[in-house]
Design a protein around this ligand. Structure first.
Ligand SMILES: NC(=O)C1=CN([C@@H]2O[C@H](COP(=O)(O)OP(=O)(O)OC[C@H]3O[C@@H](n4cnc5c(N)ncnc54)[C@H](O)[C@@H]3O)[C@@H](O)[C@H]2O)C=CC1
Ligand SMILES: O=C([O-])CC(=O)C(=O)O
Length: 340
């Protein structure tokens, strides 16, 4: 066969198997729910730029035609489509490999993440009901706060629909890791791009537990007081941004970055790249709590393995015990809401 004919035959075969002819990567559809919001817009941009994405579906209750038209002009491979309103939610979701959810209201100064529960719990419940119907096999990346409750809500909705797979539901806590890395690098005076810090627990106040004793590159330049201050700054990172924005919302740009990092890790896992590990808030047996954030190995079906906590310092052991009460209450609040 002529080389050009051989090439086109293999392209047809790849397309039939769901492979993109151009890149040799599997076709991957990513949907973003809340795509016209403060996080949604820069996250849409970053996902359009991700070469692993072949189809990008941008859904919101308003504003998505403009965002989709804008992002679609970027000369990157992903095909972009905008969807607006309930009527178009099904089409937006159908065939999705990953659904990222940054839909809902953000904090204003003086509020806790739990103060968002009353509005965001209902939004997440409705969106997850649609996910169960239109793309029950998708990985779900939950960004909407309070994550400590919205993830259990999603799990309950999926259980009721008979579609729950604990390997496919993730609370996105990557921003805590991003912050811990940045703050550690600044204090330890090491190159930020080399830094790794696991962050475990949950995603609110003291439930955010960075494990600086496991940070790499290791340093002995930090005192116990330094570690305490770094821990507190990581736990209060969201509030630092909320206060600086003075009523105009919470972290959007750093969150879009973190959301894109986590979605990219999920895509790599789905595509069979080995040893992809990120921290995430998932169904867990690492502690006695039913959901917990820790390092997670990502694979072709989502969670391949929930990794343990490793060796903790006394300060971290104390932090772990102190966070359990609040985290348990937030999880139970979500479960109760979903079953009401
Ligand atoms: N997990 C994390 O680390 C972080 C989570 N967040 C959370 O992300 C959420 C979104 O934050 P922002 O983008 O700043 O808020 P935003 O208000 O700028 O955008 C939210 C978007 O959600 C949309 N929306 C509302 N109801 C919807 C529905 N039923 N279906 C689809 N879209 C809907 C709105 O139209 C809006 O475009 C908040 O709950 C915030 O607390 C924010 C930062 C970090
Ligand atoms: O603080 C907030 O409300 C938003 C958030 O979750 C974060 O920035 O970590």
């Amino acid at each position: 066969m002529r080389p050009s004919l051989m090439r086109s035959a293999s392209q047809v075969l790849r397309r039939r198997r769901g492979y993109s002819s151009a890149s040799g990567q599997p076709e991957r559809k990513v949907a973003i729910l809340g795509a016209a919001g403060g996080i949604g817009q820069p996250l849409s941009l970053l996902m359009k730029l991700n070469p692993l994405v072949s189809s990008l579906s941008l859904y919101d209750i308003a504003g998505t035609p403009g965002v989709a038209a804008d992002v679609s002009h970027i000369n990157a491979p992903a095909q972009v489509k905008g969807f607006m309103g309930d009527d178009q939610l099904g089409e937006a979701l159908e065939g999705s490999d990953i659904v990222i959810i940054p839909a809902g209201v953000p904090r204003k100064p003086g509020m806790t993440r739990d103060d968002l529960f009353n509005i965001n719990a209902g939004i997440v419940k409705n969106l997850c009901t649609a996910i169960a119907k239109y793309c029950p096999n998708a990985l779900v990346n939950m960004i909407s706060n309070p994550v400590n409750s919205t993830v259990p809500i999603a799990a309950e909705v999926f259980k009721k629909a008979g579609t729950y797979d604990e390997k496919k539901l993730f609370g996105v806590t990557t921003l805590d890791v991003v912050r811990a890395k940045t703050f550690y690098a600044g204090k330890a005076n090491v190159p930020v791009t080399d830094v790794n810090v696991p962050v475990v627990g949950g995603h609110a106040g003291i439930t955010i537990l960075p494990l600086f004793s496991q940070a790499t590159p290791a340093t002995n330049a930090l005192s116990d007081e330094d570690i305490k201050a770094l821990t507190k700054r990581t736990q209060d990172g969201g509030t630092e941004v909320v206060e600086a924005k003075a009523g105009k919302g919470s972290a959007t740009l750093s969150m879009a970055y973190a959301g894109a990092v986590f979605a990219n890790a999920c895509l790599k896992g789905l595509n069979g790249v080995p040893d992809v590990v990120e921290c995430s808030f998932v169904q867990s047996t690492v502690t006695e709590l039913p959901f917990f954030a820790s390092k997670v190995k990502l694979g072709k079906n989502g969670v391949e393995e929930v990794l343990g906590l490793g060796q903790l310092s006394d300060f971290e052991k104390e932090g772990l015990e102190n966070l359990k009460g609040e985290l348990k209450a937030s999880i139970e609040k979500g479960i109760k809401f979903a079953n009401a």
